[in-house]
Write a protein that binds this ligand. Structure first.
Ligand SMILES: [Cu+2]
Length: 136
């Protein structure tokens, strides 16, 4: 009983300042798709908005080699090895990127390295996760 009450408290603290339907960490799915137009491959959707604690899940949906490589990070961000994700090859394969303390608020841009030249790119906007999301 005490444990579940504590859990509820954490959830409601996280939801502070959010809309009623937005509570707790989210799984945000970005598919790596074959579109045919105007660029043959794309991140779908091309823009994702996340908060600290969310997970960005990239899903291989084309069966073509893709990855996620950040070309722009928000000031103060320290993605480290997460700046370049592993190659995804097989349909349904996923790559999860947790939006944790490595990420600061701001705008991030990423590309798929094999398809950077043909414009396969995406944008990630990280917004404040509310209470306690401050880093140092
Ligand atoms: Cu690609």
């Amino acid at each position: 009983m005490a444990v579940s009450l504590a859990g509820l408290f954490v959830l409601s603290a996280h939801a502070y300042g959010q809309t009623a339907t937005s509570s707790g960490p989210h799984m945000i799915v970005v598919k790596l798709v074959e579109t045919g137009k105007p660029v043959p491959y794309a991140f779908e959707p091309a823009m994702a908005v996340a908060q600290r604690g969310d997970t960005l899940r990239f899903v291989e949906a084309a069966g073509v080699m893709h990855n996620v490589h950040f070309t722009k990070q928000a000031p103060g961000a320290k993605l480290g090895s997460a700046a370049t994700g592993p190659y995804l090859m097989t349909k349904g394969q996923t790559y999860d990127l947790v939006i944790d303390g490595r990420f600061t608020e701001g705008t991030y841009e990423y590309v798929c390295q094999p398809h950077e030249m043909i414009g396969m790119k995406g944008t990630l906007v990280v917004k404040s996760g509310g209470v306690g999301a401050g880093g140092k």
